[in-house]
Structure formats: structure tokens, C-alpha cells
Design a protein around this ligand. Structure first.
Ligand code: PGA
Length: 256
């Protein structure tokens, strides 16, 4: 099974942007640009915009996701949001282990694993983020870092559940910096991830899994990145806040 048989997923990570009112406006602009998409189109909005976004995309091909999820279903975890809560509000996807969560909010490979299990348990599709820091790439340990992140993220997760998961390779040095990984660097890392998944789950599961690239993907560079054999979509930050640019990326995924 090869690229053409995998689901291409273009997901916008809005980060801490857009009030509910602005969410509505941006979605109204996105709907016509996404309607003929030959890929899955997802927007991961702030928690406060989830209900508005779910209502605004109703009857369209756009799916809604959250940007984090707690691993417990309920309890004394002030400020946290659980997987059943996201499910009930109508989210279908959730980003887990984004590098900003790892860097600024103490996210670890262990909590990534727990959150991934919680999301799967509630019927959400996790978008599990992995990727190396700049000094790790410069020290030539990208392979070790990404392999370790994958192994720990998927510890104790069955092949059937793994097959439902999307992975985003996001080199930390490329996020929000305007510096994009070269097409070859993106391909090599996505291929490495697929090889690790093959060791964990076998070839047919690994070949069916969607692996995105993320990190300064934009309207100008998306087509080339998405043309790579093991790059099955994108997790897009800055460019997902501009409807026109996001539309160009969706088109690139559709044509690629
Ligand atoms: P960026 O962000 O496209 O702005 O680099 C990507 C991400 O953080 O998911």
C-alpha cells in the first residue's frame, strides 16, 4: 500500500488565535475554498471556539479538532479539558504533544502517550506531534530523538488503534520560523517514522498511516513537500490563519 491509498490530511493549527466571532468569519471564508478538497481538511481551534466551529462547519467537508486533551476523563484538574468533553462538543481530531506544549507546558513523552490513549478511547483521532530541536539536528541525533518519541508515544497502543492515528513530523526549528525543512529532510524524517511504525506494527499498518509534515508549510512550498512519497499531509500554523493560503495548500494536497 502506498501514498495514493493513504488519507491525506491537511490540518490547520490555529494555536492561541481567533475569538469565537473571528472563528466564524474565517470558517465562512474557508468553506468555499475547501469544498472540492480531495483530502481531509481539519481546523484545530482554541477550546473556546470549538462549539462555534462545529456549528459553522456543519454540513461541509471541514472537520474540527482541539489542540490538547487531558488524559483523565474527569476530576480535580483545574483548567483541563477531557477527551469525552471534546467528543461531546463535536471535535473529531486532537493535536497531542505539539512542541509548544513540550517546550512551554512540560509535556513529556509519557503524557503524550497517556493523552493519545485517552483520545483514542473517546473515539477522537489524535494528531501526535514529534520532531527534533535544532541542536539535536546539528548533533546528528534526529533519528534517535524521533524514534524514541514514536516508540514512547505508541507504548501500549494496539495496531488497530495506531492505524487510526495521524502523526505530524514537526522539526522544532522550522515551527513559526519561516525556515522550512527541505523536501528531502521532510521525506527522510517521515520515512524514518514509517520505518519505526513498521517495526512496531508491521508494514501494512505503517503503510496505511498518515504522516504529516509541519513547520512553516505555506502556499509556496506545500506542493513540493506534499509530493514526497512519505509526506501525507501537513500541520499548518501561520498559513492556516489566512483562508487563501490554506486554500492553496488544500489544492496542492488534492492535486498532489
Ligand atoms: P507554522 O506552525 O506553520 O506556523 O510553522 C506549525 C505548527 O506549529 O503546527
Amino acid at each position: 500500500m502506498k501514498k495514493e491509498l493513504r488519507k491525506a490530511v491537511i490540518a490547520g493549527n490555529w494555536k492561541m488565535n481567533k475569538t469565537p466571532a473571528k472563528t466564524k468569519t474565517l470558517i465562512a471564508e474557508l468553506i468555499p475554498l475547501a469544498k472540492d478538497a480531495g483530502c481531509e481538511v481539519v481546523i484545530c481551534v482554541p477550546f473556546t471556539s470549538l462549539a462555534t466551529a462545529v456549528e459553522a462547519v456543519h454540513g461541509t467537508n471541514i472537520k474540527v479538532g482541539a489542540q490538547n486533551v487531558h488524559f483523565e476523563a474527569s476530576g480535580a484538574f483545574t483548567g483541563e479539558i477531557s477527551a469525552p468533553m471534546l467528543k461531546e462538543v463535536g471535535a473529531e481530531y486532537v493535536i497531542i504533544g505539539h512542541s509548544e506544549r513540550r517546550q512551554y507546558f512540560g509535556e513529556t513523552d509519557e503524557t503524550v502517550n497517556k493523552r493519545t490513549k485517552a483520545a483514542l478511547g473517546a473515539g477522537l483521532i489524535p494528531i501526535v506531534c514529534v520532531g527534533e530541536l535544532l541542536w539535536e539536528r546539528e548533533t546528528d541525533i534526529t533519528e534517535e530523538i524521533v524514534s524514541r518519541q514514536i516508540k514512547l508515544a505508541f507504548a501500549g497502543i494496539s495496531a488497530a488503534d495506531a492505524a487510526k492515528t495521524v502523526i505530524a513530523y514537526e522539526p522544532v526549528w522550522a515551527i513559526g520560523t519561516g525556515v522550512t525543512a527541505s523536501n528531502e529532510q521532510a521525506q527522510d524524517a517521515c520515512k524514518l517514522i514509517r520505518d519505526r511504525l513498521t517495526s512496531l506494527y508491521g508494514k501494512s499498518v505503517a503503510d496505511s498511516m498518515t504522516i504529516q509534515y509541519g513547520g512553516s508549510m505555506n502556499a509556496a512550498n506545500a506542493a513540493e513537500l506534499l509530493a514526497k512519497e512519505d509526506v501525507d499531509g501537513g500541520l499548518i500554523g501561520g498559513a492556516s490563519l489566512k483562508a487563501e493560503d490554506f486554500g492553496v495548500i488544500i489544492k496542492a494536497a488534492t492535486e498532489g
